[in-house]
Design a protein around this ligand. Structure first.
Ligand SMILES: *[C@@H]1O[C@H](CO)[C@@H](O)[C@H](O)[C@H]1NC(C)=O
Length: 322
């Protein structure tokens, strides 16, 4: 429901001219940041984003299958850094770290320049707010306080941004320098932002807004039965129910509170790049020797890059990889 609301918001925002589509995308991105932590049920997009970086993953989506396979072959050679013909877990993990870092660095640079064209050392909250949410000055209080309205949704995003800003502002001077701004934009990459990511995740899943996650909210976040179908739940959903009751809800009160959500999405020492690398190796390792050949990677090309190509004429905007 929330997601469709935000799609609607994105569309109307584009037509109204404010905020910029780029900003709206980032605001909506708030909702998906947390998904990166919940990689239990791997969705394909998550794998593609992790393997290629979000921007490249999008570009690959536009490619015809043969072309995306060809490029995947080039990438596979590149990942095999010692050129022994095998992509090992470590090489894959390093690659995933590298693409992730490249993406967040480029994304931060883009937003930093956009909000801070003079490249001052710091960006003040008031300036950022004016840039991103200035259009809300035209809205009435009533508009902003009516649940499920557009104004209400933007007001919630503003509030969320303000709080996230506070967490990112390491020296608490009200402004963010570039390092702090990177933490603000990509909290999932930054250990010091863990608590606010936990809060945002909890709030996204907590549909009835009682401050905790019930079993139904937990399942509802990952699984929606098709309309009008009352088929039996798939096995993985049943397993998730057991996970919730047996593990996630450690104090057995029937809910996940903030601490329990934190243990779930951000356990200490958990290495997402490594988890993702393990997952990819496991899925593609046909002969189970715990490393991948180029052939094994290409065989599972859908896992790594996929392709939803429909418009074969679409050109790629960046070529540096190839
Ligand atoms: C930004 O400020 C933090 C302290 O809040 C400091 O550690 C960091 O080095 C600063 N970064 C830059 C680019 O000045």
């Amino acid at each position: 429901m929330l997601r469709s609301l935000f799609v609607a918001l994105a569309v109307s925002a584009v037509f109204a001219g404010v905020p910029t589509p780029e900003e709206t995308k980032r605001m909506m991105g708030h909702l998906s940041d947390a998904e990166h932590f919940k990689n239990e049920h791997h969705n394909k997009q998550y794998d593609h984003d992790a393997f290629l970086g979000e921007d490249q993953a999008k570009a690959f989506d536009q490619l015809p299958p043969e072309e995306s396979k060809r490029r995947l072959g080039i990438i596979a050679d590149k990942i095999d850094s010692d050129k022994d013909g095998f992509v090992t877990l470590v090489e894959l993990k390093d690659w995933i770290r590298y693409t992730q870092k490249r993406y967040t660095e480029e994304d931060t640079e883009r937003h930093w320049r956009q909000h801070n064209p003079d490249n001052s050392e710091k960006l003040a909250w008031e300036d950022y707010k004016k840039n991103v949410y200035g259009f809300m000055d035209e809205m009435s209080e009533k508009e902003k306080n009516t649940p499920n309205s557009e104004g209400f949704a933007y007001a919630s995003l503003l509030k969320r941004d303000r709080r996230r800003w506070h967490y990112a502002d390491a020296d608490q001077d009200g402004s963010l320098n570039r390092t702090e701004f990177a933490a603000f934009l990509h909290p999932e990459e930054n250990p010091t932002m863990r608590d606010v990511v936990v809060l945002e995740t909890l709030e996204d899943i907590d549909k009835d807004k009682d401050g905790k996650v019930s079993l139904e909210e937990y399942i509802g976040d990952m699984y929606k039965p098709e309309d009008g179908e009352d088929d039996e739940e798939p096995d993985w959903v049943k397993q998730e129910r057991e996970q919730f009751t047996g593990y996630r809800d450690t104090n057995k009160d029937g809910f996940m509170d903030e601490h329990e959500v934190k243990d779930w999405i951000a356990p200490p020492e958990f290495d997402h790049a490594e988890a993702e690398a393990r997952h990819l190796v496991f899925e593609a390792d046909a002969d189970a020797d715990e490393k991948l050949t180029k052939a094994e990677i290409l065989e599972k090309y859908d896992l790594f890059v996929g392709s939803q190509a429909t418009d074969f004429g679409e050109a790629l905007s960046r070529h540096d990889e190839f």
